[in-house]
Design a protein around this ligand. Structure first.
Ligand SMILES: [Zn+2]
Length: 284
């Protein structure tokens, strides 16, 4: 362990600054979204079976809800541009902009070069939870997704119904892709209904029993045409462990809604990011 310098105390006492202040970030028009969701009409629903995943389509301007139905259950969400799978959710940048956990008013951003809002959270029935005494909160963008590779590395053997594999199978079936091609499109998730944080003493990622109950939901406005995939995690409520068949698991429900008629007249999906992509090449 390195010896601390004489001014260690002063160096530690420097106040932090926010990396990405969001004062200049274009804000969602929540009043418009609220008007569009009042009187919205349900179009379809998809049940995600326990320890499995399912895909769903949502057109730009529609809403979707992920709902707890039979018991506490965590879901791992992937989003793609339905017309171009190379545009997908970027959890790292979303975390940099909105923090470690998302709630109403936060957005799910796509990666480079498009980097635009894919979806905006319009309702979170667990918004009351806040940040608990352990530093835990809901719907994180810090975890990756449970996967068979980490499980094997940690001595867990071959386990196929982890979220990564569930999402891979679901996307392969929906998009008509080979498993290996589909796997390359699966990405870090939004951990819906998961209660997580970092331990203050060791900085380790922790999870705890989700406070979600049947009837709770997280609702999104689709900013662009979306293909979504949701996995009902084999960890169930994530109170104990991942990647096993021992946790009690429940299905999740995805519901898709059309906005109230006429409320989105004149609304347009967000444009791709305005950076010119020349990267300074050819400049002195
Ligand atoms: Zn999982």
């Amino acid at each position: 362990m390195a010896n601390p310098p004489s001014d260690a105390k002063a160096r530690r006492a420097v106040a932090p600054v926010i990396c990405y202040p969001t004062d200049t970030l274009p804000q969602p028009d929540m009043a418009l979204y609220r008007a569009a969701r009042d009187g919205m009409v349900k179009l379809e629903e998809v049940i995600v079976p326990p320890r499995d995943a399912a895909c769903f389509r949502v057109a730009a301007g529609q809403f979707f809800r992920i709902r707890s139905i039979e018991g506490p259950q965590v879901g791992d969400l992937n989003l793609w541009n339905a017309n171009d799978l190379s545009e997908r959710f970027y959890s790292g940048k979303t975390r940099a902009l909105h923090g470690t956990h998302l709630t109403t008013g936060d957005r799910m951003w796509s990666g480079f070069p498009q980097m635009r809002p894919m979806a905006t959270i319009t309702e979170d029935t667990l918004g009351w939870y806040g940040i608990d005494a352990f530093g835990g909160s809901m719907h994180d963008v810090i975890g990756t997704r449970c996967d068979p590779y980490t499980n094997a590395l940690l001595g867990g053997g071959q386990y196929h119904h982890c979220c990564h594999s569930n999402l891979t199978r679901a996307l392969a079936a929906r998009a008509g892709l080979d498993l290996s091609l589909a796997e390359a499109h699966v990405h870090d998730v939004l951990n819906v209904f998961m209660c997580t944080g970092f331990t203050r003493d060791t900085g380790q990622y922790f999870m705890k029993a989700s406070p979600v109950r049947p009837g709770d939901y997280l609702e999104f406005f689709a900013e662009i045409d979306l293909l979504g995939a949701l996995s009902a995690c084999p960890g169930g409520d994530c109170s104990a462990e991942h990647s096993s068949d021992t946790a009690a698991c429940h299905p999740l429900l995805v519901e898709v809604f059309a906005p109230a008629k006429g409320t989105l007249d004149g609304w347009l999906p967000p444009q791709r990011n305005s950076y010119d992509r020349s990267h300074g090449a050819g400049q002195q």
